[in-house]
Write a protein that binds this ligand. Sequence first.
Ligand SMILES: [Zn+2]
Length: 321
Amino acid sequence: MAIDELKQQIPLLDYLQAHDWQQARPISFGRLLGLCPLHADHKPSFLVDPNKNLFYCYGCGRGGDVIRFAELYHQVRFPQAVALLHQWRGLPPLLHEAAGFYRMQLHRHSEAVAYLYQRGVRSPELIEHMRIGYAPGGCLRGWLTQFGYPLQTLRQAGLVTGSGYDTYTHRVVFPLEGNLYGRSLSAAAPPHRFLPGAKGGLYSWEQARQYPEIILVEGLFDYAALWQAGFHNVTCSMGTHLNVHQHRQLCDRMRTVYLAFDADTNGSGQQAEQSLACRLKEQGMNVRRVSLPDGHDPNSFFVEGGGDARQFQALLEAALP
Ligand SMILES: [Zn+2]
């Protein structure tokens, strides 16, 4: 069960590309052919089927799924390969446990549900899809230590502070790839927090990447508003700066990218958008910049501006390169 989940979370192609595999050419049924990373290969004999998440090499005769690949590539046994893949991607078991705990808390705390409602997060499907939880503070540590996690481990993961308190308090929590993002309910605390470590790749990329046209937003509440309005071809970079991994994901094939960053009054969003647009165009991507009404982001467009899906669709159609 956990193994199947891991395999779903790690597309073989992503894993191969992260290990510098390059396809030589596409062949029929969306399959790809390239040099075999497992033996000294001189003509492309390594076949990858991204839909089935399987590989086969006509040269060395080896094949299988992403776990099998990790075993062969790193020359380790199955359990180590699974551990490596967990490390490489996906929530480590501890963060998975913490995210599950936060999800249980969400509906026990009306202030959290009210906050989500006010930010336009209203459909149960969306809350389920984004696996949104709530950190009330003061109880995660007890829950996790009861499961045998040593306090030191919780500190290392950043879930508990040096003085032993829950790091996230009164925060709505969104699980990311290998991290948890916490949005404060209170105006007194810093609004955005991540646990130590990378923010991960583009949000929910596995879902978005199948679309030839993608909407890129900078915040998770923007993502939420669009997803809820029926735009499932949306992804989020969590900030206006894309890390190398996110950039590579976005450019993994030719597609149209609609940039829908905040229309801040100081113009910083537009500036970031412009430089990103240039970089994407250099990669041969088809870029469109969505022009939101002044002072709006995609979330406020729907939540405060009273915009609907049809109006947003019109903005997409009017977007200029
Ligand atoms: Zn081979």
